[in-house]
Write a protein that binds this ligand. Structure first.
Ligand code: HEC
Length: 235
């Protein structure tokens, strides 16, 4: 460099580490605020889908089991807007679908298939068999068995608290729904357990963890179908 002009104002600033750091912090904060404030204030940023409603207490419990068991390490819950994904899974994931998900479970690893459209794809009993021994329904599957879910007791003691916490964060549960969460969960569990028994499956699953997980899986993609959204693959 042959340029020997007198140091400019910026050069001088760089020589004052403390002042410089403070100014950098202020400019990052201003930039951050400019990005962040519109995101929280402008509702239309996330287009709402009328049929997307909060999870039922049992589905919420199943969702926590999904998190506990680390299913997100092998399964994504977001269909990307590419033709091969639309043909395989169905409509691509919308932001408005996950407004009640805390934390979201979009995932970034697909050792197994995407699950965001799996609801209704199989009967409840299929899932029981699949968790008991994945190879019994899907030969050569490398998914590990989760057979203990058929034996472990379903813990619903905190379900009301979970709902009320989400309510504080803005999920539109009513006070009634919060208060009766455990009863509602047991009812839904009894219905699913009955459908499994009718299909010739094991009995006595109504108070087992597997039922909550199945209720959660059967919910995935249901809201989008109810909205009449389909995979728009142009040919
Ligand atoms: C080591 C990776 C791995 C983990 C962990 C895993 N899975 Fe899977 N999963 C797979 C693979 C591979 C398949 C495809 C073969 C099959 O159907 O078993 C699959 C298939 C599935 C399917 C059927 C999807 C379809 O569209 O046919 C469901 C439902 C499922 N997994 C749920 C779960 C749940 C719930 C958990 C956590 C309790 C879980 N998986 C954990 C690898 C995994």
């Amino acid at each position: 460099m042959t340029k020997t002009s007198t140091p400019g104002r910026h050069r001088k600033l760089e020589g004052w580490p403390l002042v410089f750091s403070i100014l950098v912090t202020i400019s990052i904060l201003v930039g951050g605020a400019a990005e962040f404030i519109p995101m929280v204030l402008i509702e239309e940023n996330v287009p709402r889908i009328a049929t997307v409603t909060p999870f039922t207490p049992l589905e919420l419990t199943g969702r926590d089991l999904y998190i506990r068991e680390g299913c997100v390490g092998c399964h994504s819950q977001m269909v990307r807007p590419f033709r091969h994904e639309l043909e395989r899974y169905g409509p691509y994931g919308r932001a408005g679908e996950t407004i009640y998900e805390r934390p979201f479970l979009w995932g970034s690893k697909r050792t197994g298939p995407d699950l965001s459209r799996v609801g209704g794809k199989y009967p409840d009993l299929w899932h029981v068999r699949h968790f008991e021994d994945p190879r019994s329904t899907s030969p050569r599957s490398l998914m590990p068995p989760y057979d203990w879910l058929l034996r472990s007791e379903l813990d619903l003691t905190n379900v009301s608290t979970k709902l009320s916490t989400l309510k504080t964060l803005g999920t539109p549960y009513t006070d009634d729904e919060v208060a009766s969460a455990e009863r509602t969960a047991r009812q839904q569990a009894a219905e699913i357990a009955a459908s499994i028994e009718q299909g010739g499956g094991p009995t006595g699953l109504a108070d087992k963890e597997v039922i909550a997980l199945i209720s959660f899986l059967q919910r995935l993609g249901k809201d989008i179908r109810a909205a009449g959204i389909t995979a728009e693959v142009s040919r």
